[in-house]
Ligand binder design. Structure first.
Ligand code: KIV
Length: 271
């Protein structure tokens, strides 16, 4: 008897079912094959190829400089490592804000050239035409509201968004507009937990929170932050599950010492 070892892929429908069954969704960023493979095998539901690659992979201060070609490079590496997870890719700054046809062309390039399963873009009413056009081409779209880092120069700071009534009302309205346009999920970044909870409960599609409290339907973190590779970035919302910066530094120092002392390579490590 042959045993079917095929892994069942998470889809946008699975995420909706998870919300209906009150099962929380676990999402993490990934930017390369090796980490994507580890996270996927560990059981992560969604891998986000975030434009945070601009910060954590390329060392830029903001997410603005990363290009569509660079996102495509990262995304295709992640797709090769993911057997089960749904792979979502950020449309980078400047690739969709101009007009909806440009947005569609950018999304099509991502889907065709990477093999990813969905795209994500930032904003509400102001990007609605693009969202609708991309979805009408059959491409699943994840929204992103609250702190939207591509607009950092408009906000001026990375502080909590939607604390004031008018901004909170706009966010509630935008969430419903995105849902009605056909988005399959919405990231809620750095907004009050109470607001995130109310928005999540008002929607049929799942919310994925980052700094938005535990009433969201799922959570996302940037891998470099939660693994402790970054030491400078420790916001209140972050839980650090490893201190990789310390671990790696100690391993590298050990290696340097072994090379300098002549201990490495030993007898069993040569031909
Ligand atoms: O680019 C990114 O990593 C993101 C997450 C923070 C949601 O958009």
């Amino acid at each position: 008897m042959s045993v079917n070892k095929e892994v069942k892929r998470i889809t946008t429908h699975t995420l909706r079912q998870m919300k209906a069954n009150k099962e929380k969704i676990a999402m993490l960023t990934a930017y390369d094959f090796s980490f994507a493979r580890i996270f996927d095998a560990a059981g992560i539901d969604v891998l986000l190829v975030g434009d945070s690659a601009s910060n954590v992979m390329a060392g830029h201060e903001t997410t603005l400089p990363i290009t569509l070609d660079q996102m495509i490079y990262h995304a295709s590496s992640v797709v090769r490592g993911a057997k089960r997870a749904l792979v979502v890719v950020d449309l980078p700054f400047g690739s969709y804000q101009g007009d909806s046809l440009e947005a569609l062309k950018s999304a099509v390039r991502i889907m065709k050239e990477t093999g990813a399963h969905a795209i994500k873009l930032e904003g509400g009413e102001e990007v609605l035409d693009s969202v609708k056009r991309i979805i009408s081409a059959g491409i699943p779209v994840m929204g992103h509201l609250g702190l939207t880092p591509q607009s950092i120069y408009k906000f001026g700071t990375y502080t909590v968004r939607a604390k004031e009534k008018a901004e909170a009302e706009k966010l509630r309205k935008d969430a419903l507009l995105l849902q009605n346009a056909g988005c399959f999920a919405i990231v809620l970044e750095k907004i009050p937990a109470l607001l995130a909870g109310e928005v999540s409960e008002s929607m049929e599609i799942p919310s994925i929170g980052i700094g938005a409290g535990n009433r969201c339907d799922g959570q996302v973190l940037v891998m470099h932050d939660m693994l402790g590779i970054n030491t400078e970035f420790r916001p209140r919302f972050l839980r650090t599950y490893l201190e990789l910066h310390t671990e790696i530094t100690s391993a590298i120092r050990h290696y340097i010492g072994d090379v300098r002392s002549g201990d490495f390579p030993g007898e069993s490590e040569q031909y």
